[in-house]
Design a protein around this ligand. Structure first.
Ligand code: NAD
Length: 422
């Protein structure tokens, strides 16, 4: 069998490697550097910035880290069953794409072209000095005043990074809480913690325009306010990367969110799949990878047990925030009879010993079935600890199952056990 994969981000390249392992021949078409947004302008560069004390150090280390990881991907793709084609793929019919004048056809095509930053349609959004999350990584000077539009994941990660580098940071968020999709309690704690570090966060703030001198105008409770800044970061979401694909030539359906797919990631055209940010379902690198596994399993006629309703996610602020499963509000809206069990970093031996006492862990448990429904952690290494809760949710564990599992002492995952026993 032979398949075409378009895009070599964590969706596309991981699927190419997995397909080759199954003996499938792959033509992987990619424009730009290997690794997609995650490696080149997202997850990895931002984590490199977080680990550095100055912008200068961060930029140098970023180049080194990216080169190492890109060469890792190149060696994974050196499998003889994978042919890498550099260029932009454009559909000419439902199972044929054109790349710079050369046509490639296959029964199965997987689209994994990712997403690009969205810009607010306000006056001045295109002014010089208004940056997206890619351009801000190339700044060679720390802005004295940075205004961030959007208090979502990207906005808050950059707020944390640039505040640590010395910028005066103001975040303008449209919704009444930052991180609108996260547990409300957690979002409030994170806001308090970032505010203590000197980051100004305005909620219910609707940006209306940006002047040439980068004064940002916004409305709050019908009143107009301004923020003076030296650079503006636009972090109001991302949109699926569809433009260059010429989807209409193949009759592939898409809407405002991205390419429409079913539970197997298959589009309305049989044999054509769309995975990752381009389908707009959940814009996370690890989701792209697992959607690729689902598509590949479907192509091979194999069922799997991947649970797309149980996806851990993390925000790499300082401290971190991470969650999996239901929030307290969602559980209440569903009418579930729940209890929320909490533990605190200040009472955890490892956290106290390492001086990371800011934070807490919250488990959401169904009183009737005793099942663990969700977990929300705010504090050091939250992104690592959440993985244990993810396993528990996947195995539909009850609180009593979990109480019997011995945890190493002293360790941060003991926070979960302390919550369970609270
Ligand atoms: P987001 O959807 O997480 O946040 C965008 C924020 O902008 C929202 O809080 C929204 O209310 C706000 N907003 C929208 N219009 C606004 C306006 N007019 N004025 C002020 N605020 C406004 O999007 P993002 O932070 O840009 O991230 C894009 C995608 O990338 C998300 O799906 C995110 O999950 C993903 N991502 C994930 C990670 C991670 O997992 N660590 C990191 C980066 C990005």
């Amino acid at each position: 069998m032979r398949i075409i994969i378009i895009g070599a981000g964590p969706g596309g390249y991981e699927t190419a490697v997995a397909a080759a392992k199954r003996g499938i021949e792959v033509t992987l078409i990619n424009k730009g550097p290997l690794g997609g947004t995650c490696l080149n302008a997202g997850c990895i560069p931002t984590k490199t910035f977080i680990a550095c004390k100055s912008l200068e150090e961060a930029r140098a280390r970023k180049t080194e880290v990216l080169e190492t990881l890109r060469s890792g991907i190149a060696s994974l793709l050196s499998d003889k069953l994978i042919t890498l084609v550099e260029g932009t793929a454009r559909f000419v019919s439902d199972h044929t794409v054109d790349v710079d004048g050369v046509q490639y056809s296959a029964d199965k095509i997987i689209i994994a072209t990712g997403s690009v930053p969205a810009f607010l349609p306000v006056e001045g959004a295109g002014n010089e000095g208004v940056l997206d999350s890619t351009a801000i990584l190339d700044l060679d000077e720390v802005p004295q005043r940075l205004c961030i539009i959007g208090g979502g994941v990207i906005g808050l990660e950059f707020a944390s990074i640039f505040s640590a580098f010395g910028s005066e940071v103001t975040v303008l968020e449209y919704a009444k809480n930052i991180l609108p999709r996260f547990d409300t309690d957690l979002a409030k704690r994170l806001k308090q913690s970032l505010s203590k570090k000197g980051i100004k966060i305005e909620n219910s703030a609707r940006v209306t325009s940006i002047d040439k001198d980068l004064t940002v105008h916004y409305l709050k409770n019908e009143q107009e306010f301004t923020v003076q800044s030296d650079r503006v970061l636009m972090a109001v979401g991302r949109k699926s990367s569809l433009e260059s694909l010429n989807l209409d030539a193949a009759g592939i359906a898409y809407d405002r969110r991205g390419i429409c797919v079913d539970e197997n990631m298959q589009t309305n055209v049989p044999g054509v799949y769309a995975i990752g940010d381009v389908n707009g379902r959940m814009m996370l690198a690890h989701v792209a990878t697992f959607q690729g596994r689902r598509a590949l399993n479907h192509i091979c006629g194999q069922a799997d047990k991947i649970r797309f309703d149980i996806v851990p996610s993390a925000v790499f602020t300082d401290p971190e925030a991470a969650c999996v499963g239901m929030t307290e509000d969602e559980a209440k809206e569903k009418g579930l009879n729940i209890r929320c069990l909490k533990s605190f970093y200040r009472a955890n031996g490892k956290a106290v010993a390492s001086g990371t006492t800011d934070g807490y862990c919250k488990l959401i448990v169904d009183r009737d079935s005793d099942k663990i429904l969700g977990c929300h952690i705010f504090g050091a290494h939250a992104s690592d600890i959440i993985q244990e809760a993810t396993v528990l949710l996947n195995f539909e564990s009850t609180l009593s199952d979990f109480e019997n599992i011995i945890h190493a002492h002293p360790s941060l995952p003991e926070l979960l056990q302390t919550a369970a026993y609270s």
